[in-house]
Design a protein around this ligand. Structure first.
Ligand code: ADP
Ligand code: MG
Ligand code: ZN
Length: 477
């Protein structure tokens, strides 16, 4: 749906300790408020120190998005009062972001990146007995307070709601390649989505998790804003909340202006020079990025750009899976066909991630080998792959358990003879010139043997049998 959209994406950076203290960033399995200290609890007099690893990750993100880096990194205080922020200010970057002026392409369109900056995550509010608008009271978990985030801000270059989702999916795969974030950790990527229609005021929908939810929230907003405009009501500049349950947005507050935050440069942190040699060291160890990987898969494995794109966009794990299968199996084209057309489709249909499915390169290759060996037909393989994707069980075992192996010729011919002798009328019709009568027989045989024979093979045996004396002999019995 057409609109003007700009995204502010908060990515939780994968570091062991927090951005300004030594506390663990582990939030899963930790007791509430276990990983805290005077710095991340904002005690007066506590002094922050910058986590080098977080800056390194930020530089990787900036470089991957073709941004220009600032020579000197500074942090700022963004002042506001909220229980998730005990210092009453968040340490972020405002006047001088880590990096500016990059882009990422989505379907050939450039989406400009305005800035990439580092900031600390506030604490987590736990809404008890409801959500942000209806809860009876809130609990606060400061384990998340001070966890490093990179905020990536786009220009309003995104022109439709679906493009916003594609942008995020591609960004997610890129960040996964960079090794700077954990795509599977809850809330590791949160989005503030800004949207306006037909030159009207923009609305910011805060803190959405899940790429599909972003698309839904935006679509809801576009419809809402359009219908307001049609009724002659001005859309007001405000911040809204997305409710994933109902798929709707509701007003949180009218939009605050940046000057309300009274930014000042953080006086407790020194500026950090990004030495060119240090930056070059990081650049030298940049991993292969999704677009490069797509091009290489095409060149190295001779698969189509479409197939390579699908594999790469399915995530880093899927790319590695594909290449491991190629190594084990040899024929990269066949692997790509079966992977893209059948395996991915089955996984998507069941809403399973590769890593949740139990599917492994060894067993996937086993499936392809079963076809090559003539143990199963392609048709059976296409059915079997659904069970395989669901369970990850060895295809050879599934074939045995379900009796899916192709029959040998003699066995199959015996079944055909039996069917032919049991259906004299069809045989008579066929011999009398009703060609399609043989199809009835094919159907009867397939009903008995199911997946264990190929329809074309069965058809050929029947026609041969009917056209020869054998067929006549059967009728005469
Ligand atoms: P703020 O200062 O309110 O955060 P910014 O100018 O920093 O606003 O922009 C925040 C986000 O809003 C950016 O991602 C930007 O692309 C987006 N944005 C700016 N103008 C528009 C618009 N007219 N429609 C939709 N999004 C917009
Ligand atoms: Mg903003
Ligand atoms: Zn701490």
């Amino acid at each position: 749906m057409e609109a003007t959209i700009g995204l502010e994406v908060h990515v939780r950076l994968r570091t062991e300790s927090k951005l300004f203290c030594g506390c663990s960033t582990e939030t899963v399995g930790a007791e509430p408020n276990e990983n805290t200290c005077p710095i991340c609890l904002g005690f007066p007099g506590s002094k922050p120190m910058v986590n080098r690893k977080a800056v390194e990750h930020g530089v990787r993100v900036a470089k991957a998005l073709s941004c220009g880096l600032v020579p000197e990194v500074r942090f700022s205080r963004k002042s506001y009062f909220y229980p998730d922020m005990p210092k009453n200010y968040q340490i972020t970057q405002y006047e001088v972001p880590l990096a500016e002026g990059g882009y990422m392409t989505v379907n050939g369109e450039r989406i400009r990146i305005r800035r990439v900056h580092l900031e600390e995550d506030p604490a987590k509010l736990v809404h008890v007995g409801g959500d942000i608008t209806s809860s009876r009271y809130n609990l606060i978990d400061y384990n998340r307070s001070g966890v490093p985030l990179a905020e990536i801000v786009t220009e309003p270059d995104i022109e439709d709601t679906k493009e916003a989702r594609l942008f995020l999916e591609k960004l997610g795969v890129m960040l996964d390649h960079l090794g700077v974030y954990d795509p599977h950790a809850e809330g590791s990527l949160r989005v503030d989505a800004n949207v306006s229609v037909d030159g009207g005021s923009r609305v910011e929908v805060k803190n959405i998790t899940g790429f599909r939810n972003v698309e839904k929230a935006l679509t809801f907003e576009v419809v809402r804003q359009r219908s307001m405009a049609r009724m002659g009501i001005d859309v007001s500049r405000e911040t809204r909340h997305f409710d994933a349950e109902t798929g709707s947005t509701s007003s949180l507050r009218s939009k605050e202006q940046e000057e309300d935050y009274g930014y000042i440069i953080e006086p407790d942190l020194v500026k950090i020079n990004l030495r060119p040699e240090w930056v070059q060291g990081i650049e030298a160890t940049m991993p292969e990025l999704p677009d490069q990987r797509t091009r290489r898969l095409v060149e190295q494995h001779g698969i189509s750009g479409f197939q390579a794109g699908v594999i790469v966009e399915a995530g880093l794990a899927m790319s590695l899976f594909y290449e491991e299968c190629c190594r084990l199996y040899g024929d990269a084209g066949t692997v790509a066909n079966w992977l893209v057309t059948y395996l991915l489709k089955s996984l998507n249909y069941m809403g399973l991630m590769l890593r949740e499915s139990g599917v492994e390169p060894e067993t996937f290759v086993e499936l392809l080998t079963l076809i090559d060996e003539g143990v199963i037909s392609e048709r059976t393989a296409k059915e079997l792959i659904k069970d395989y994707a669901a369970s990850g069980e060895s295809p050879r075992l599934i074939v045995e358990e379900k009796g899916l192996a192709l029959m040998d010729m003699d066995e199959l011919k015996a079944v055909v003879s039996e069917v032919v002798s049991m259906n004299p009328k069809a045989v008579e019709d066929y011999l009398g010139g009703t060609g399609k009568a043989s199809e009835y027989l094919v159907g009867q045989v397939l009903r008995r043997v199911r997946a264990r024979a190929d329809a074309n093979v069965v058809r050929k045996i029947i026609i041969d049998m009917l056209d020869s004396n054998e067929g006549n002999a059967s009728v005469a019995q």
